[in-house]
Ligand binder design. Structure first.
Ligand SMILES: *[C@@H]1O[C@H](CO)[C@@H](O)[C@H](O)[C@H]1NC(C)=O
Ligand SMILES: *[C@@H]1O[C@H](CO)[C@@H](O)[C@H](O)[C@H]1NC(C)=O
Ligand SMILES: *[C@@H]1O[C@H](CO)[C@@H](O)[C@H](O)[C@H]1NC(C)=O
Ligand SMILES: *[C@@H]1O[C@H](CO)[C@@H](O)[C@H](O)[C@H]1NC(C)=O
Ligand SMILES: *[C@@H]1O[C@H](CO)[C@@H](O)[C@H](O)[C@H]1NC(C)=O
Ligand SMILES: *[C@@H]1O[C@H](CO)[C@@H](O)[C@H](O)[C@H]1NC(C)=O
Length: 551
């Protein structure tokens, strides 16, 4: 080797070390997950559940900002299966998003390895199955992202970290529930509520879910993993200090209870400052005719005495919930995943380049129940949208922009893939308008957005005057109350194919979702990764060579 070449190599190495940081690559977390059926009886009736490594709910992933997470998922079910990592932004990497529009499902008896980085994120998240009605049977779990050392966190290190997954629950199997939906029937009312896989009753013997030492403060990561019901969460005798919500540090207000809508997560601090005994954690359904309630026990170490059977009451009505939403504010001076303050990004000063109004609708044409947005009910083609786009075969499978940005008066929903062409780096306003009498919850993959308003009535451009353009929370899921609307703002700067969906799973399953396609204008690796080597191919792209499209 000539000395010139050696010099070049040395220079390359130095440049590499500088751009990647001399500390080297970010740490890896490896997991091997066996997904199987198992029998559980959380409501007293034995039923089939989806377990991960024998657990229901699945294992929690405890990670730190920028960690590389590698999860090898073995599908031992009798159906194709996928997991999605809700709220994990997958920068440049919709290949790992695990939605049927981005990934071929993992065939039964085989495995697929997700490989993603929790890049520049902190907070409490969840993962769950995205295929069929599998989410109704389990397969979900918590995913916490801790701050890196040296990044200031706006509260003292808690004594411990407790994940609380609350959700409504059905005793019917995922196949039976899917059968209902396929035959035009709705899911109906949930049979109960679970807290970390169990439905505790007041007065019945329960093992404590968590134990707190008197005087110490604990971090609770609370997420709604359910299919349908908004839930109110509260802890007997204790206030909760809200510190983080879906990746953003919040103004630290105290709450007696929190409404957690489908797919949402809150991080709160709870101090063990009461008489040392047992207390009930309570999760109860909101906005349903019949209230379902479940409890779990938290105990104090060396505590004496059972929890009082008198549960703290749930709030009534959705106006309470709307008022609570309005108290959620971004802490402008706190750091998130990077040391600079969250509020250094002035989203309120950016001009909106596109407004998309999404009105949810339902149709029962020919006895078929379908849900959709602006007249289009999404259906997943056999080949994932991301793959047909990457292999330049989109025209064989779907049309872009079949849905209009403005709602139209339609009687029947048109059932087809719903893909919106978004321009890279556009600053977009999305209005979710809910003309129905039930509450909705909407989630965006690949991004967080500024939740600038939720209001009753009908949206019109003048309503922009009421937006919170200063300290709205940057988050990934937003509720829309009955006969109300919600407005979100975001920059579409993460190239990829990203799902926008109802978190009310029967609606998602029956078409109330769409994909935003954001293409890298220069097909640049700066904007998006090439297709990973282990990506599963199926449908019309099966067997094609994985050429690198981006350079
Ligand atoms: C997964 O299942 C295989 C057998 O199917 C077993 O060998 C392995 O230990 C299991 N792994 C875990 C993490 O449970
Ligand atoms: C399946 O698991 C094996 C290890 O058991 C691994 O080498 C392989 O890459 C995995 N397959 C995929 C598609 O990720
Ligand atoms: C916001 O964050 C700052 C910086 O960490 C912290 O000092 C302050 O107490 C927080 N403010 C509120 C109102 O929570
Ligand atoms: C999560 O990981 C961090 C860092 O490795 C550790 O300090 C912490 O105790 C872990 N938390 C839980 C709940 O396991
Ligand atoms: C936003 O639009 C206004 C009016 O069209 C224009 O004057 C202003 O320069 C724009 N601001 C930015 C940051 O582009
Ligand atoms: C998407 O929109 C951009 C303009 O914003 C256009 O250049 C591009 O051709 C469109 N792509 C498709 C696939 O329609």
């Amino acid at each position: 080797m000539g000395s010139e070449v050696i010099l070049k190599l040395v220079v390359c190495f130095l440049v590499g070390a500088l751009t990647h940081g001399v500390r080297g690559e970010d740490p890896y977390l490896f997991f091997t997950w066996n997904v199987t059926y198992g029998t559980i009886s959380p409501l007293g009736v034995p039923q089939q559940a989806i377990l991960i490594n024998g657990q229901f709910p699945g294992p929690n992933i405890n990670s730190t900002t920028n960690n590389n997470v590698v999860v090898n998922v073995f599908n031992h079910l009798d159906e194709p299966f996928l997991l999605t990592w809700s709220g994990i932004q997958q920068r440049k990497n919709s290949w790992q998003d695990g939605m049927p529009g981005t990934n071929c499902p993992i065939p039964p008896g085989t495995n697929f390895t997700y490989h993603f980085q929790v890049k520049d994120q902190i907070g409490s998240y969840i993962y769950y199955p995205s295929t069929a009605m599998h989410r109704a049977a389990g397969g979900f779990g918590g995913l916490g992202v801790n701050s890196r050392p040296l990044i200031p966190v706006p509260y003292d290190e808690p004594a411990d970290d407790y994940t609380v997954l609350i959700g409504d629950w059905y005793t019917k199997s995922h196949k039976e529930l899917r059968g209902f939906l396929d035959s035009g029937r709705p899911l109906g009312r949930p049979d109960g509520v679970l807290i970390n896989g169990k439905a505790g009753k007041v007065g019945a013997k329960q093992e404590p879910l968590f134990t707190m030492e008197p005087g110490k403060t604990y971090r609770y990561r609370i997420c709604n993993v359910g299919l349908k019901a908004s839930l109110n969460f509260r802890i007997q005798g204790h206030e909760m200090k809200l510190v983080e919500m879906e990746g953003s540090h919040t103004i630290q207000n105290m709450y007696d209870s929190l409404d957690v809508h489908n797919g949402q997560c809150f991080t709160v601090l709870v101090t063990a400052d009461q008489a040392p005994k047992d207390y009930y954690i309570v999760a109860s359904t909101r906005f349903l005719k019949e209230v379902q309630t479940s409890t779990a026990i938290i105990s104090y170490s060396n505590g004496k005495g059972e929890a009082s059977p008198e549960l703290p009451p749930a709030p009534v009505g959705w106006a309470w919930s709307l008022n609570q939403f309005r108290t959620f504010r971004w802490n402008l001076t706190a750091s998130a995943a990077r040391p600079n303050p969250q509020g250094s990004y002035h989203y309120g000063a950016i001009n909106i380049t596109r407004t998309i109004r999404l009105v949810n609708s339902v149709s029962r044409a020919n006895g078929k129940l379908r849900y959709g947005f602006n007249g289009v009910s999404h259906t997943d083609p056999a080949t994932p949208l991301k793959l047909v786009e990457y292999f330049n075969m989109a025209d064989k499978v779907f049309k872009y922009d079949v849905m209009k940005d403005e709602p139209e008066k339609v009687t029947d929903l048109s059932v087809q893939p719903n893909v919106v062409n978004m321009t890279f780096r556009n600053f977009v306003e999305i209005i979710f308008e809910n003309h129905e009498k039930s509450i909705q919850s909407y989630h965006l993959d690949g991004y967080s957005f500024f939740a600038v308003a939720i209001e009753p009535g009908t949206w019109s451009p003048e309503k922009r005057m009421n937006y919170n353009l200063l300290d709205a929370i940057s988050r990934h899921t937003i509720q829309v109350f009955p006969k109300s609307w919600a407005a979100i703002l975001l920059t579409f700067d993460n190239a990829g194919m990203w799902n926008i969906r109802s978190e009310i799973w029967e609606r998602t399953y029956l078409g109330e979702q769409l994909y935003a396609s954001i293409l890298s204008p220069e097909k640049s690796l700066r904007d998006e990764y090439n297709i990973p080597e282990n990506t599963l191919l199926c449908g019309i792209v099966q067997g094609l060579p994985k050429t690198n499209s981006y350079t």
